[in-house]
Design a binder for this molecule. Structure first.
Ligand code: NAD
Length: 471
């Protein structure tokens, strides 16, 4: 049984002032595997004081000094990759094949930020004018549970590259992972107060960060509802705000797609992180004339997406993170059936033999129209809606007919055609044929999927303010 009672403030682990104790429940069997003491406003204020004091000198560091710190962070996090992956699998049931990628991507965020910082001009001069990009100040970093370690590393890397000090409010549902990560980062021998971490509830620790006048910037990953409240409440103290929110990402299968490549690729994107991924491709748009073939190909491909123990590398779909998430997925599956969609595979209830945990059946609906609830709202589970289209323009219109615009995919053999379609989709990132990544490319959403961008120079700029001196 893991018991976590401390926060990380001013370079040391300190006992929580907050007293609420929360159980950590293992999603594969609903057993209590740990307890965490949650922080309160006083813990948060203490962390902000520490970050504010550290900013006085850290805010004036040079590029070279910050690149050295980023390298130390990279080394320190690299040393605990296996422990971090194991904690993710244990704590939220992340399937090991995905959790491993997420952790590596988080660790690599430090070296990617170092590369981006080297190439980012922080000063420009012309005539009698000089412009410098200055760190914005103390940053509050608030993360979602579904890739908590990655979000902490990514936001911290960009903030450090910019010269900001931080207070992290990790998801309270990720306390074990946070503990392993913070122990690792402690070994980077950071200037005291540069990194502070207070685990607690969003409406307590998160709300204090958002309202506190000594926090200049909030970088948030989470739901649209909380993102809206942060924007509203942050206005009071003129916070700079980055919001990474939800999605309902379209995957457009073009008429020339080869099914035995396109369908497995579409299913990988739909069931990413057991469907609990902001970028999950949960609307599959297919030509009407190919629907029957697509249905057969989906049924045939499902054996490649087994439900099971997330620690088993063969498992593609693990449990949902919590009872609440399990019930949310079930209610959307019911809603899909009520609204007239047809279950092609999966359906309501847990898969046979997996009743002890929060497992759901990976589900694919056909006969879905884009105005049905399952095509409009983010389900955050392994539920895919197949929607048919007549023409390419029709496909683009349906893809863009969403309040979200985070991610999209185009599947087809003619790459010029795929790129032409991709250029017309209103989303922050569009991949062609496979879920690929580039740590220097921006990540973030159009429309309700968010405000601002992360990764590479775009992520660092989000923690900077331009300042001009005119002689
Ligand atoms: P959530 O909004 O419930 O919580 C996110 C974080 O906000 C948590 O740390 C929570 O404690 C905190 N929070 C809650 N209320 C708060 C408040 N009033 N003030 C400040 N902080 C508060 O989201 P979640 O359930 O943890 O994550 C799932 C959501 O995150 C999904 O919508 C998903 O799409 C989104 N997400 C987006 C991205 C992206 O990069 N765009 C990545 C992953 C997840």
């Amino acid at each position: 049984m893991n018991t976590i009672t401390k926060h990380y403030i001013d370079g040391t682990f300190v006992e929580s002032h907050g007293t609420e104790v929360m159980d950590i429940i293992k999603p594969t069997n609903r057993q209590v595997i740990g307890r965490v003491t949650l922080g309160d406003e006083q813990d948060t204020q203490q962390a902000i004081v520490s970050a504010k004091s550290a900013f006085v000198s850290f805010g004036r560091t040079t590029k070279e000094e910050r690149t050295k710190i980023l390298r130390r962070l990279h080394e320190a996090a690299s040393a605990r990759i296996d422990d971090l992956t194991a904690a993710m699998v244990e704590e939220y049931g992340g399937v090991v094949r995905f959790a491993g990628l997420i952790v590596r991507s988080g660790v690599n965020a430090f070296s990617a930020a170092e590369t981006a910082l080297r190439e980012l001009p922080l000063t420009r001069n012309w005539g009698q004018t000089s412009v410098t990009l200055e760190p914005v100040g103390v940053a509050g970093l608030i993360t979602a549970w579904n890739a908590n370690a990655l979000f902490i590393c990514l936001k911290l890397a960009s903030a450090v590259a910019a010269g900001c000090t931080v207070v992290v409010k990790p998801s309270e549902m990720s306390s074990l992972q946070t503990q392993v990560l913070v122990e690792a980062l402690h070994e980077a021998d950071l200037p005291k107060g540069l990194l502070n971490v207070v685990t607690g509830r969003g409406n307590v620790v998160g709300a204090e960060l958002v309202r506190n006048p000594d926090v200049a910037k909030i970088s948030f990953t989470g739901s649209v509802g909380v993102g809206k409240s942060i924007m509203r409440d942050g206005a009071e103290t003129m916070k700079r705000i980055t919001l990474e929110l939800g999605g309902k990402s379209p995957t457009i299968m073009l008429a020339d797609a080869v099914l035995d490549q396109a369908i497995p690729s579409a299913l990988v994107m739909a069931f990413l992180n057991s469907g609990q991924a902001c970028a999950a491709g949960t609307r599959l748009l297919v030509p009407k004339s190919r629907l029957d073939q697509v249905k057969r190909a989906i049924v045939d491909s499902m054996s490649g997406f087994p439900v099971g123990d997330p620690a088993d590398p063969r498992t593609a779909v693990g449990p949902m993170v919590s009872q609440k998430q399990y019930e949310q997925v079930q209610s959307y599956i019911r809603k899909g059936i009520e609204e007239g969609a047809e279950v092609l595979v999966g359906g309501e209830g847990p898969p046979q033999g997996f009743e002890a945990g929060y497992f759901v059946k990976p589900t694919v609906f056909v006969n879905v129209t884009n105005h049905m609830t399952i095509a409009r709202e983010e389900i955050f589970g392994p539920v895919l809606s197949v929607i048919t289209y007549d023409t390419e323009d029709d496909a683009i219109r349906i893809a863009n007919d969403s309040q979200y615009g985070l991610h999209a995919a185009v599947l087809g053999t003619d790459l010029d055609r795929a790129r032409r379609v991709a250029s017309q989709i209103r989303a922050g990132r569009v991949v062609i044929n496979n879920m690929t990544d580039d740590p220097q490319a921006p990540w973030g959403g159009f429309k309700y999927s968010g405000v601002g961008r992360e990764y590479g120079p775009y992520g660092i700029e989000a923690f900077l303010e331009p300042k001009a001196i005119l002689a």
